[in-house]
Design a protein around this ligand. Structure first.
Ligand SMILES: [Zn+2]
Length: 493
C-alpha cells in the first residue's frame, strides 16, 4: 500500500524501501492469548514452540528456584513482540542471542520485544534467565505449586507452568522437553519421561529428564523431595519409574500397592486403546496435603489422600487412561475437556467391568439414578461446561454416561473400534468434541449428532430406555465407592 504514496521523484528512495524484506509497519505484536474463550489470556499468539530446555536449581530450605529456560520456537506472523506466560521474575531475556526488552503485563504475561522483528516462519530461540520463590507467587489470586517439608511439587490443571518456567501456556502448543534440575545431595528431582543421566558435584545432584513426545505445558511436572524410587522395564522395553515420598506414613503401603500396578494397568489399557503412546511410564506420590491426582505425561501425580482408605487402582486407571485420552490426544480448547475426562472416567468403569465389580452399563444406570431430574447436576453441559464447571462431576459422570449411550447405540464391536481408533487418528495432536462425534459417525456409519447433543449439550436430564425406567434403581455396583473416592481428582486452588 505504501508504494502508492511515493511521489515519482522519490524513485531512488522507493528502490531502497523495496530492498527491505518487509516493512516494519507490517510487524505486529503476537496476541496475549492463544484464543481460548474460557481463558482469554492463556497461551499466546504469533509463535509456536517446538522445544523447552529448562536448566534449574532448587533449594528446598528457601524455596528459591533459579533457572535458564531456552525455548525453541517459530514465528507464525510478522512478529514485533510476543508474550510468554510466566509468574517468576526474569532478569534477562535474549532472542537469537541478542538482548531483548521485556516487561510484565497483565497477570502472567511477560512481553518480549526482540531487537529486530521476526518475519513469519522464522525459527528463533528465546533464553530467559530467572529466579523466584514459587510458593510466594500468586497469580489469579492463588498459588499453584505445593511446597513440602523436603521440596516442592508442580502439578496442576490448567495452571501450573507459569510458576516454574516461561511458556506458551496452553495445550494447543505442545513441545518436547529437557528438564535438568540441580538439588542438594540426598534430594531427588522427578519429572516427565526418561532419566537421561544424574551426577553429583560440590554437594548438588543434577537430574536430567527428557520428554521426547509432544507435551502440553500443564502436563509438564516437577517434584523435588526425598523419594523412594522404584524402577522396572515393561515387556516392550519401556522404563517404568515410580517415586514415593519417604514420609508418606500410613499411606505408604496403599500408595505402593496401587501405583506399582502401573505396568499391569497400562498393559490392559493397551488392549482397549492401542499401543501406549509414550516412551516411559510411572507415577509419583509426594507428601503433599492436597487430595487430587493429575495425568502429568508419562508420570501421573497422585496425592497421598487418594490412598487414605487403602489401595486405589481405579485412580491409576483414570490417570493412565489420560495418557491416550488427554495427553496424546489433547483438547483443542478447554471447553473440550470431555474428550479427556469422560473417557478417563469411562475407563474406570471398564476396569470395574473387567474386574467383575460392576459393568459399565450398571455403573451408568446407577450413576443416572443418583441424580433426580431436578438435580443441578443435569444443568452442566459436559460438551461445553464453562470454565467454572470445567471439572464438575457432570463432566466425568454424565460424560461417561454419554459414552455408554454411544456403546448402546453402535454395539460393542464398533464401540471398541472407535475407542481404539481415536487415539491413533489424533495421536500427539489436539481435537474437539465435535471431532469425536464425526469420528464416531465415520467408524460406526451411524448418525450420532442427536445422541451426543442430548448427552453433552442439553442442560436437562436425558430420557433413558424403557428397560431402565421399569427396572427401577439398580443395586450399587461393587466398584461404586472406590470410583466415587476418585471424584474431584482435578484442580484445586
Ligand atoms: Zn482426569
Amino acid at each position: 500500500m505504501y508504494r502508492r504514496l511515493i511521489a515519482p521523484g522519490a524513485l531512488a528512495a522507493a528502490a531502497l524501501l523495496l530492498a527491505i524484506p518487509a516493512s516494519a509497519a507490517d510487524f505486529a505484536p503476537g496476541a496475549s492469548g492463544i484464543g481460548d474463550p474460557y481463558y482469554p489470556t492463556y497461551g499466546n499468539g504469533g509463535y509456536d514452540v517446538s522445544h523447552y530446555d529448562l536448566r534449574l536449581k532448587y533449594q528446598p530450605k528457601t524455596d528459591l528456584l533459579e533457572g535458564t529456560a531456552t525455548i525453541v520456537a517459530e514465528s507464525t506472523q510478522d512478529l514485533s513482540r510476543f508474550d510468554l506466560d510466566f509468574g517468576l521474575t526474569a532478569s534477562e531475556v535474549r532472542v537469537n542471542g541478542k538482548k531483548a526488552a521485556f516487561a510484565k503485563s497483565g497477570v502472567q504475561e511477560l512481553a518480549v520485544t526482540p531487537a529486530a522483528g521476526l518475519p513469519k516462519g522464522t525459527p528463533f530461540t528465546v533464553v530467559v534467565k530467572y529466579a523466584g520463590k514459587p510458593s510466594e507467587v500468586k497469580l489469579w489470586g492463588f498459588t499453584s505449586p505445593q511446597r513440602t517439608s523436603d521440596g516442592a511439587v508442580f502439578a496442576n490443571e490448567p495452571e501450573s507452568a507459569a510458576w516454574w518456567f516461561p511458556s506458551n501456556d496452553h495445550p494447543l502448543d505442545k513441545a518436547t522437553y529437557d528438564v535438568s534440575v540441580s538439588v542438594p545431595d540426598g534430594t531427588q528431582a522427578i519429572s516427565n519421561g526418561t532419566l537421561q543421566s544424574q551426577s553429583s558435584k560440590l554437594g548438588w545432584t543434577r537430574f536430567n529428564w527428557r520428554s521426547s513426545h509432544p507435551q502440553a505445558t500443564y502436563l509438564a511436572t516437577l517434584a523435588i523431595g526425598k523419594f523412594d524410587i522404584t524402577t522396572d522395564t515393561t515387556s516392550d522395553g519401556l522404563p517404568v519409574i515410580n517415586a514415593y515420598s519417604k514420609d508418606l506414613g500410613a499411606n505408604e503401603g496403599a500408595a505402593k500397592a496401587s501405583v506399582e500396578r502401573t505396568t499391569e494397568v497400562a498393559e490392559w489399557l493397551e488392549s482397549v486403546y492401542g499401543k501406549y503412546p509414550f516412551e516411559a511410564l510411572g507415577g509419583y506420590v509426594p507428601n503433599v496435603p492436597s487430595s487430587f491426582a493429575l495425568e502429568t505425561q508419562t508420570r501421573p501425580f497422585y496425592s497421598p489422600k487418594q490412598f487414605a482408605n487403602g489401595s486405589n487402582v481405579s485412580v491409576v486407571v483414570h490417570e493412565l487412561a489420560h495418557q491416550w485420552y488427554g495427553d496424546s490426544v489433547s483438547v483443542r480448547g478447554w471447553k473440550d475437556i470431555w474428550i479427556n475426562e469422560g473417557f478417563a472416567r469411562y475407563s474406570q468403569w471398564l476396569w470395574s467391568e473387567k474386574e467383575g465389580e460392576g459393568t459399565a452399563r450398571e455403573l451408568s444406570d446407577y450413576t443416572y439414578a443418583q441424580h433426580p431430574a431436578d438435580d443441578a447436576f443435569w444443568t452442566v453441559k459436559p460438551g461445553d461446561p464453562g470454565a467454572e464447571n470445567q471439572f464438575d462431576a457432570a463432566v466425568y459422570d454424565r460424560g461417561a454416561m454419554a459414552i455408554q449411550a454411544l456403546r448402546d447405540a453402535v454395539g460393542d464391536k464398533k464401540f471398541f473400534k472407535i475407542l481404539k481408533g481415536w487415539p491413533a487418528a489424533h495421536a500427539y495432536g489436539n481435537a474437539t468434541v465435535s471431532d469425536f462425534v464425526s469420528y464416531a459417525e465415520k467408524v460406526s456409519g451411524k448418525p450420532l449428532a442427536s445422541l451426543f447433543d442430548t448427552w453433552l449439550f442439553q442442560p436437562t436430564r436425558p430420557a433413558v430406555a424403557s428397560a431402565l425406567r421399569t427396572a427401577g434403581v439398580p443395586e450399587q455396583p461393587k466398584s461404586w465407592k472406590s470410583i466415587a473416592a476418585t471424584n474431584g481428582i482435578h484442580g484445586e486452588h
